[in-house]
Design a binder for this molecule. Structure first.
Ligand SMILES: [Zn+2]
Length: 236
């Protein structure tokens, strides 16, 4: 199946946090969107791989994904090595996404950093005819990077105001990770009552930069082409 937007995350809730609204928005506009999680998140302090797989599928249904896969790489030990690159190349060649979404290359979590490099390298190598992996050579037309733990100056922002509630619904489907009312949960960054407040502040701030309610910011390594200047709305 070919996909318009294919988002890769290191862990099962990463894409929801960084780019969930963008995926939902494109799905609602008629594009085919999908997620591939590199790991099952089995090293998370709360939940198990089984619980997290169920939560991920529920979140995927909320976002209207065509599919959600898990590559089964080891959580906490994601490496940009030849085995992992080959697995990702085969997925890219199979689904032929126009746009690939990957974690931003700067972050506190080594898995996010390594995933960013892994996805970038795989997108390039997927287009090499002689690269040893199954499938026809294919290279996505662009790779964009979403923010996780570290937010820097975005290269562009997607207005997610109309889908913000749905994005949060998808994020909160990851109940084992983000529910701060559970008594027996190990305390993490994700399950404190502050977490939602901080995230909310992030998306409202990014929205404010484009004069809207909520936004998701992205890094993009190339210049952005603009053919219609009347789409600019930033004012003076
Ligand atoms: Zn993560």
């Amino acid at each position: 199946m070919t996909i318009d937007l294919l988002a890769f995350g290191a862990h099962p809730d990463d894409v929801e946090i960084g780019a969930g609204g963008t995926l939902i928005k494109h799905q609602q506009a008629g594009y085919k969107v999908a997620i591939i999680d590199l790991t099952a998140g089995e090293m998370g302090s709360n939940g198990t791989a089984e619980i997290r797989a169920k939560e991920s599928q529920t979140a995927g249904e909320i976002m209207g994904l065509e599919f959600r896969d898990c590559l089964g790489l080891p959580d906490g030990k994601v490496k940009n090595d030849s085995k992992a690159i080959k697995l990702v190349v085969e997925k890219i060649r199979k689904h032929r996404p126009q746009i690939v979404l990957a974690p931003y290359w700067q972050d506190r979590h080594p898995d996010h950093i390594n995933s960013s490099q892994l996805i970038t390298e795989a997108c390039f190598k997927a287009g090499l005819r002689k690269f040893d992996a199954s499938g026809e050579p294919y290279r996505p037309q662009a790779v964009v990077y979403y923010f996780l733990a570290q937010v820097d100056e975005p290269d562009f922002i997607v207005d997610i105001s109309n889908v913000y509630e749905t994005k949060l619904e998808a994020l909160f489907a990851h109940d084992s990770q983000v529910n701060h009312t559970k008594k027996n949960s190990f305390k993490t960054v994700l399950n404190t009552s502050n977490f939602l407040k901080k995230l909310d502040a992030r998306f409202k701030y990014l929205g404010s930069l484009i004069n809207t309610e909520a936004g998701e910011g992205f890094k993009y390594k190339k210049a952005i082409e603009l053919s219609d200047l009347t789409t600019l709305r930033g004012g003076v």
